[in-house]
Ligand binder design. Structure first.
Ligand code: PEP
Ligand code: MN
Length: 365
């Protein structure tokens, strides 16, 4: 798609999976210093230090960030860790102050990405500035909004870009604070070649316990790094206390993660090649079978039309769903997968038959 520079080319010497850590919010100079010293003590210096200066809170009255004062404390981070610093900007005034205090990397938060006016305001404030920008996914699972925010930055000349997957608001699934959608980053990478996506398990899970599992899944899905909220005294953090981990625990989490390489296309190995060509062959067969199945569906459609039958026949559909799901489960395919697959096939069948009907009606007229 569009040319952009990947994290390794942002000029910070970062290689491999990028690790971003630091507190949800900057609270006091002592807090910033303690986090840094604990990171140093644990020999757990991340690639980038994060700290929220302006906090988008759901309701007013809770801690809304320390503001410009906190940007001055970033000198403490530079002094102890000498790593790039990143913070969230939500409007043009934030951008101006972050640039004034030499923040190295900016990120746009989930609540801002949903609003093209706000994103454009930030982009306009960044015109002519050479600074990397990371875009968190919007609160709702809308890939176009996410890409749109990246495009708005790109259009004003920001070419150091990355995305952050922090999950999506979902009031039904209580396992997550923000439910991950692993296909979304994959679609994003498909639509914008080379776009790196960092995972933020802290905001996805919302507690300390689940961070390792979600971070590992992210790496398994080929994501390019992790942003993990880290505090020297998480229980007493001024925001997101439940989900922050200590530098010690961060080190442990990172040591337990199996950082797989994305499959090198250069030399995947003979065994893998054999397995892949077997899969290619089966996929060809699968497509032939689908083609055949839809041709039968078209013939059924013609019959229904001739006999003035509705396209959707609920008893038949119920039977297809139940019998196939049962067979699939016996073949070790999950019930959820079977249902999704059958819905997908059925929807396409109904669409084809409706199209047939429309075309036949058009000929009649
Ligand atoms: C954060 O990173 O602290 C934050 C507020 O994130 P999000 O925009 O993902 O909610
Ligand atoms: Mn937070």
């Amino acid at each position: 798609m569009k040319d952009h520079l990947q994290i390794k080319d942002w000029g910070f010497g970062i290689e491999g999976h990028v690790i971003i850590a630091g507190p949800c919010s900057a609270e006091t100079p002592e807090q910033i210093e303690k986090v840094c010293l604990d990171m140093k003590k644990e020999n757990m210096v991340p690639d980038m230090f994060r700290a929220g200066i302006w906090k988008p809170r759901t309701r007013p009255g809770s801690f809304e960030g320390i503001g410009e004062e906190g940007l001055k404390w970033m000198e403490i981070v530079r002094h102890h860790l000498n790593i790039p610093i990143t913070t969230e900007v939500g409007n043009a005034a934030h951008v101006e102050l972050a640039l004034k205090h030499k923040v190295d990397v900016l990120w746009v938060g989930a609540r801002t990405t949903v609003n093209p006016f706000a994103v454009q305001e930030i982009a306009d404030a960044l015109k002519g500035v050479d600074i990397p920008v990371m875009i968190k996914n919007p609160m709702n699972p809308d890939l176009q909004l996410w890409i749109g925010a990246l495009e708005r930055m790109h259009a004003v000349g920001i070419n150091k870009l990355a995305a952050i997957h922090r999950g999506f608001s979902d009031s039904y699934d209580k396992r997550f604070r923000n439910k991950p959608n692993w296909s979304m980053p994959i679609h994003l990478k498909r639509e914008w070649k080379g776009m790196e996506v960092i995972n933020d398990p802290s905001h996805i899970v919302g507690n300390r316990e689940g961070i390792l599992e979600t971070a590992q899944r992210a790496i398994n899905f080929g994501l390019d790094g992790l942003m993990i909220e880290t505090h020297h005294d998480p229980d007493n953090a001024w925001s997101d206390a439940k989900q922050q981990v200590t530098p010690k625990r961060l080190k442990e989490i990172l040591s337990l993660i199996d950082f797989k390489d994305t499959l090198g296309s250069e030399n995947p190995g003979e065994r893998l090649n054999d397995l892949r060509s077997a899969v290619d062959h089966l996929d060809d067969q699968l497509l032939d079978i689908l083609q055949e199945r839809f041709s039968l569906i078209d013939q059924i459609g013609a019959y229904k039309r001739e006999h003035h039958l509705t396209v959707f026949q609920s008893d038949r559909w119920k039977f297809v769903m139940e019998s196939r799901t049962q067979k699939g489960v016996q073949k070790n395919l999950s019930e959820k997968f079977m249902k999704e697959l059958l819905y997908c096939i059925h929807e396409e069948s109904v669409k084809r038959q409706e199209k047939q009907l429309r075309e036949a009606d058009a000929v009649k007229k």
